[in-house]
Write a protein that binds this ligand. Sequence first.
Ligand SMILES: Cc1cc2nc3c(=O)[nH]c(=O)nc-3n(C[C@H](O)[C@H](O)[C@H](O)COP(=O)(O)O)c2cc1C
Length: 172
Amino acid sequence: MILDAIEKRYSVRHYKDQPVEEDKLAEVLEAARLAPSGSNLQPWKLVVVRDRATIRSMVHAIGGQQFVEQAPVLIVACMNGEGYNLGHRYEGAVIDITIALDHMTLQAASMGLGTCWLGNYDGNEIRALLDIPSENPVVVLLALGYPDENHPHRPRPRKPLDELVCWEKFTG
Ligand SMILES: Cc1cc2nc3c(=O)[nH]c(=O)nc-3n(C[C@H](O)[C@H](O)[C@H](O)COP(=O)(O)O)c2cc1C
């Protein structure tokens, strides 16, 4: 059930010192590959970083968020292709990439892996570290790895459904 993975997923900010197996990483990436996108443009490139020294060097560019250096995998999602550059498709590409990464977070959760979205970053710094061309804007990053169970997860609250949903017409 997809809802099981949705309920299992949370932002993991403590990772075990344990690599992610190649086949599991491949499945997480496959979940992104199969994601829908506007006009099926698939306007992204995912830079998968596993080199420890590179990950360490990226911490400063990711808002100094120290836990990031524990993650055995960092995935940097960039826009790619002609499609996004048409002005009106820029926002579309952000939506497409977000869907692809959400697929990844859920596939990861279903296999016992943890993820954390990383939206607090300096795009220019990331670009310089990973040789990302300026025509490939960085949209968001994902940390990936096995959660460290020594740091139990405290679920973040969610608004009740009746605050988020109204029926037939917009009601406050
Ligand atoms: C687009 C986006 C960017 C985020 N950026 C960060 C970040 O830079 N650092 C961080 O620790 N968490 C980040 N988060 C995680 C959120 O804080 C988290 O999803 C939210 O508090 C709900 O908690 P949960 O993911 O554990 O359910 C981000 C989440 C999203 C969706």
